[in-house]
Design a protein around this ligand. Sequence first.
Ligand SMILES: Nc1ncnc2c1ncn2[C@@H]1O[C@H](COP(=O)(O)OP(=O)(O)O)[C@@H](O)[C@H]1O
Ligand code: SF4
Ligand SMILES: [Mg+2]
Length: 382
Amino acid sequence: MAELSKNDEPQDATPNVSDVDVVEAASEEASVAAIEATVERGEPILQVRNLVKHFPLTQGILFKKQIGAVKAVDGVSFDLHQGETLGIVGESGCGKSTVAKLLMNLEQATAGEIFYKGQDITKLSGRALKAVRRNIQMVFQDPYTSLNPRMTVGDIIGEPFDIHPEVAPKGDRRRRVQELLDVVGLNPEYINRYPHQFSGGQRQRIGIARGLALNPEIIICDEPVSALDVSVQAQVINLMERLQDEFNLSYIFIAHDLSIVRHISDRVGVMYLGKIAEIGSDEQIYEHPTHPYTQALLSAVPVPDPEAREHRERIILTGDVPSPANPPSGCHFRTRCWKAQDKCAEEVPLLAIPERFKASDTPASHESACHFAEEKDVVHAA
Ligand SMILES: Nc1ncnc2c1ncn2[C@@H]1O[C@H](COP(=O)(O)OP(=O)(O)O)[C@@H](O)[C@H]1O
Ligand code: SF4
Ligand SMILES: [Mg+2]
């Protein structure tokens, strides 16, 4: 077992709860009113603070004993602004889908807060929680398994109306579903067909139509194009961008590959073993990464320009991702980091703007959870 240090506990990362305009609603009605309020473009709509999800590891059949925990999400903080797309990237198993499920209230957080328009949704119930659930929707990774094969497309897209009939009363549903089919570029006459009669790209369009049915404000897209052919990926991403403008949506777009999210994201957060390693604008992350993990991921992204390709340095990461049931002490990335030093095993690096860049206004001045954060020209290295 890896040695533990006192700094292994999830720590406060920046930004912090103190910078959230917390809405303490006195009644359920006040909660619903706060949830239905409009947020100006560019203002925070979702603020995640120190979010933790540990799954208990148990032993025994009759008398289950907890012998540890899978630290799937281990202190994650970020903001989503109204109208933007935040990309979340990281290798398989780093906790991306668990973050998505926590935001959707499909999993209960072990600790931390998720503020939607200033209200902590981990503590809501009743009508207020129902209103949040209507406003935050999800599009899943695999269009082959996420659609019920025995339901018609019309029933799949219209199913959310069963829980929220106020959005489309019974007599109006068919027309509303046909409208949604049209919006995602499918023939409204396909309403009675079954999922197997569609291609992968078309099925993901059906998943998107279902996600739009309740007029949400936020859509969490969990690897929505990972299962699709490259040529179809671009079409689906273009559709999502068009819908974002048309319906004023904010997106969290999850992917395991930095190249997919670049086109669509305004900001990107890079995750490693339950934590955010680095987060910043598109330009900061792709052109001026300061975290060794981001630099390694970027060095593996194919570069179309042959000259840049010839001169660039490829960083090969050795070793496997450690188990989230037993992450390394200090920096979770230290067992694979070529820059690791003693300090990295002893102290958890906080997600913050590194001291050396604080006073400057260079693009390197963004949040990075590394004791030795510095720029490295991974893509255009001469
Ligand atoms: N319900 C669960 N019970 C136990 N462990 C889980 C559960 N869901 C996810 N995990 C574990 O949590 C870690 C993060 O998983 P996940 O969030 O699915 O990662 P990603 O989406 O980045 O691939 C993995 O080690 C996974 O096995
Ligand atoms: S804190 Fe240390 S181990 Fe972690 S990324 Fe930075 S240099 Fe590498
Ligand atoms: Mg996943």
